[in-house]
Design a protein around this ligand. Structure first.
Ligand code: FPP
Length: 258
């Protein structure tokens, strides 16, 4: 039985769009690599920073769509542990943009019952950004809606190393034996400990790689790639990815039941 889920995108504020995806076929956890801000800006003759600003608007609309659809988790890759290699001005701009974003949008997110959380080495960000991050997390910690997880100064290998260090420390202290380290215990040592595994990874802008994003969590994820640059990624593109996901058969290493 196909149920209609009604969602309205931020670009069609007064229009309700029926979406023919059976709720049980929606992913629980969608992770997005928001790529192509720079290429989008260059294509329009703008500075790269204009692309990042346009990327914020897209993020706003995609989060609204996730809220409308009552998705459980939306994780976005905002800044990787490797992104520090970018020119100082661009890094500085991005840090200020993230602070500004939280300042402007945290109230609206809170009103929409969003639970924001940050993953990665948050403590190495600028003092201003750390303050905003902690404020937003605290403000929304008791909300019950969409988990909005923002990866900043995040690297999958780095996250795994930090988890290993934590467990190794417990073994050294005699609190844990090596045999007790199971996939479940390991998962509980990651930044994403309270979140379900990733079901769907979306990457915009044509590249087809994971770029050190959620390496453990995406073990059985489905992938969806598009040539569209992040600033042009509209809610309808997001719906297209979800529709495609809904049509796939996931076997998790098993075989199809007859
Ligand atoms: C990738 O495009 C984008 C980033 C490294 C930054 C992501 C940031 C945003 C989308 C802004 C909104 C995010 C938040 C959390 C407010 P790119 O610069 O790698 O583009 P390119 O590959 O075309 O150069």
């Amino acid at each position: 039985m196909w149920k209609k889920i009604f969602g309205k995108s931020a670009t069609q504020k007064n229009e309700v769009t029926p979406v023919d995806i059976e709720r049980s076929r929606l992913p629980r956890h969608v992770a997005v690599i928001m790529d192509g801000n720079g290429r989008w800006a260059k294509g329009q003759g703008f500075l790269r920073t204009v692309g990042h600003r346009a990327g914020v608007d897209t993020l706003h609309d995609i989060l609204d769509t996730a809220i409308d659809l009552k998705l459980e988790v939306l994780t976005v890759y905002a800044f990787s542990t490797e992104n520090w290699k970018r020119p100082h001005d661009e890094v500085d701009f991005l840090m200020r943009l993230f602070s500004e974003y939280l300042d402007k949008e945290e109230r609206e997110m809170h009103e929409k019952n969003v639970r924001i959380r940050f993953i990665g080495r948050v403590d190495e960000l600028t003092p201003e950004l750390i303050r905003r991050v902690r404020h937003a997390e605290e403000l929304m910690k008791n909300n019950t809606g969409v988990h909005f997880c923002v990866a900043v100064n995040y690297g999958g290998q780095d996250e795994i190393c930090r988890a290993v260090q934590g467990l190794a420390g417990k073994v050294q202290a005699g609190e844990l034996s090596p045999e007790e380290i199971t996939p479940e215990l390991f998962q509980a040592s990651l930044d994403t400990k309270e979140l379900p595994p990733v079901d769907l990874v979306i990457r915009t802008s044509g590249d087809m790689r994971l770029s050190n994003f959620l390496l453990w969590q995406a073990a059985y994820a489905e992938f969806w790639f598009t040539e569209t640059n992040w600033p042009d990624f509209k809610p309808e593109c997001f719906m297209e990815a979800l529709r495609d996901y809904a049509s796939r058969e996931r076997r998790f290493g098993g075989i199809k039941e007859k």
